[in-house]
Each structure stands twice: as structure tokens, then as C-alpha cells.
Design a protein around this ligand. Structure first.
Ligand code: ZN
Ligand code: ZN
Length: 327
């Protein structure tokens, strides 16, 4: 073949084929969004205005993360908390077969931290943080959520109950010791990572009169008084401890109470405490903050500082679990 003819054939082929290749690649780019799954939304009950909000799952997780963990925490801890928050939503949301929030029948979730998970809108975060801090905090929150988008924690293929608390104080608690229902992934682990928590060791004082009246208000049949608390032997003591050393039950004037009930009544930071009477006060030396089950937030922060990534953090506190994609 003559060089001129070869060139002519080459150019003809290029003219015929190139547009197909270009159009083909454009089509691939253009068709990408169509192939994506539609965005998952959840119905959130917002208590400040008593309204139901339809919100994208990932957007919801950002508001939870900002409300449930200090933004100054290590990025890997924030990632771990983001995956836990998403797991909680997936466990509750009707779109995944969940039962929803049983306090608000129309909602998948509510923003009450004592019931579902805390959640804060951008306007509230701007108020809390101030505009300057908001910019840097929010971009860190977005990074933690977006880099783990769609990831949840599963145990044997099922989304877990991702319980968490602020500070375990050295050892997390078995779920069965707190709620009488054990779960294989919510078992006690030694946690040496939360030593930097301001709640590692706290002292809480109550006047004997205030202590006695709080107990009386809880159960009028408990005959406790400031005087009886000063008696020898004292009529308040830890009756039984859990396997990890937290108070399980307490004895007050001959009656037995769950230590968790005492904790909520007095506002004690945790049930890992010792106590003594000093003059007209009862002094609790408390370790940790929260129920102690599942992920220890300050521990997660400490693990991040120690070089662990969010998957290692989650697998440390939720034993035998995996991080998987929603679909
Ligand atoms: Zn709720
Ligand atoms: Zn801990």
C-alpha cells in the first residue's frame, strides 16, 4: 500500500471511530448519576419545633456526630462515631425494616439523646460554636461522615445496637450487667485509652439531707434519714458489684436498689464509685461517665491518637463485628 493511501485510510478510520469513542465516554460520564442509588432519607422528629423532618441519611449522621462527640476529637474517633450513628439510624428506620422511634409514632428517629440520638441543625451549631469555629468544625464533621458514607457495623450480617458512652474509666461494661440482656458484641473490654478524659475521676458530694430526701422521693418506704446515714454501721452500702467492679445493687436502710436507679436519681456520673460520709455530706469518688457499655468515646479519641483507624476502634469496642456497606 502506498504511504498516501495508508494515511488516507488511517485518517478515515480516525474520523469514523473517534467520535464514537468520545461520545461513548461522554455517555459513560453522563450516565453515572442514573446508575447511583436514590438517596436514603429518614423521618426525624425535631423536638424544638415538634415537626417531622425528611432528611437525607448522611445529612442526618452529620447532625448527630456534631451533637454527640466533640469536634476536636481525633478524626478516626469521629469516623467511628459516624459509622455508629449511621448504624443506629439504619437499625431504627422503617426503610430498612426498623420499628422507628416509639416515642413519636410517625418518626424513624427523634433528636432526644435520652431516647434516640442527639441531633443538631446547622443554625444551632453556629450558635454553639460561633461562626469561625463552625467552619473548621463542620468541615471536619463532613470529612468524617463523607469518608465513611454508607458504612455500618454488623454482627453476623445484622446491624448492631451501637451503644456508646463518654468515658468507661478503664473497663467497659457487659450489656447484660446493665440491662439484663447480654449481646455477644457488647462485652467488657479493658480500655487503657480514656485516661485523658476530664471525667476519668470525679468527686460528687451531696448533703446527707438531700441524699435522704432524693431516696425518699424515689421510694417512700425506704426509711433513710441524715441521721441513719451517719450511724455505725452506715445504712447505705454497695450490696453487689458487677463482674467488672461497678456497683450492681445498693442497700439503703435494709432495702435493695439497682445501682443504675441510684445513679439516675442522684445524677451520678457512673456506677463505678466508692463513697464515704464526711460530716454532713456523702462523698462519691466516681470513675468514668455514662453506662459504660459499648464504645468509649474518650477511648476512641485515645485510640485515634495512638494510631488506630476507625475500623480498629469499632472492632475493639464491638467485639466480633464488621464494618460493611448498607447495600
Ligand atoms: Zn426517639
Ligand atoms: Zn475507656
Amino acid at each position: 500500500m502506498r504511504p498516501v493511501l495508508r494515511l488516507f485510510i488511517g485518517v478515515t478510520i480516525a474520523i469514523l471511530i473517534l467520535p464514537t469513542i468520545i461520545v461513548g465516554s461522554w455517555e459513560r460520564v453522563a450516565s453515572t448519576p442514573d446508575k447511583q442509588q436514590p438517596e436514603i432519607t429518614v423521618r426525624l422528629y425535631v423536638s424544638s419545633n415538634k415537626q417531622l423532618l425528611n432528611i437525607g441519611l448522611e445529612e442526618y449522621v452529620k447532625g448527630v456526630l456534631a451533637a454527640e462527640m466533640p469536634a476536636k476529637f481525633h478524626l478516626e474517633a469521629l469516623r467511628a462515631q459516624a459509622v455508629a450513628a449511621r448504624t443506629y439510624a439504619v437499625k431504627r428506620a422503617s426503610v430498612f425494616g426498623g420499628k422507628g422511634c416509639n416515642s413519636h409514632p410517625q418518626a424513624d428517629l427523634c433528636d432526644d439523646p435520652a431516647h434516640c440520638q442527639a441531633w443538631l441543625p446547622a443554625a444551632e451549631l453556629q450558635k454553639q460554636w460561633g461562626m469561625l469555629e463552625y467552619q473548621s468544625n463542620w468541615s471536619k464533621i463532613c470529612q468524617a461522615v463523607e469518608s465513611t458514607a454508607g458504612e455500618i457495623i454488623t454482627y453476623q450480617g445484622v446491624a448492631i445496637d451501637p451503644l456508646f458512652h463518654s468515658t468507661c474509666g478503664g473497663k467497659t461494661e457487659d450489656a447484660g450487667a446493665v440491662w439484663q440482656q447480654s449481646l455477644p458484641y457488647l462485652v467488657s473490654v479493658e480500655c487503657p485509652y480514656c485516661k485523658h478524659s476530664p471525667k476519668l475521676k470525679t468527686e460528687q458530694r451531696y448533703s446527707l439531707t438531700a441524699f435522704a430526701s432524693a431516696i425518699q422521693a424515689l421510694d417512700g418506704s425506704i426509711a433513710v434519714t441524715a441521721q441513719s446515714l451517719r450511724a455505725t454501721p452506715p445504712n447505705f452500702s454497695i450490696a453487689k458489684k458487677t463482674a467488672t467492679g461497678r456497683a450492681d445493687t445498693v442497700s439503703i436502710a435494709g432495702k435493695t436498689l439497682q445501682a443504675t436507679t441510684l445513679r439516675y436519681t442522684l445524677g451520678l456520673n457512673s456506677t463505678r464509685f466508692t463513697h464515704q460520709v464526711e460530716g454532713d455530706q456523702i462523698v462519691f469518688a466516681v470513675q468514668g461517665y455514662g453506662h459504660g457499655v459499648g464504645l468509649c468515646q474518650y477511648g476512641a479519641d485515645g485510640m485515634g491518637e495512638a494510631g488506630f483507624d476507625y475500623r480498629a476502634i469499632l472492632q475493639f469496642y464491638y467485639r466480633g463485628t464488621q464494618v460493611t456497606n448498607i447495600r
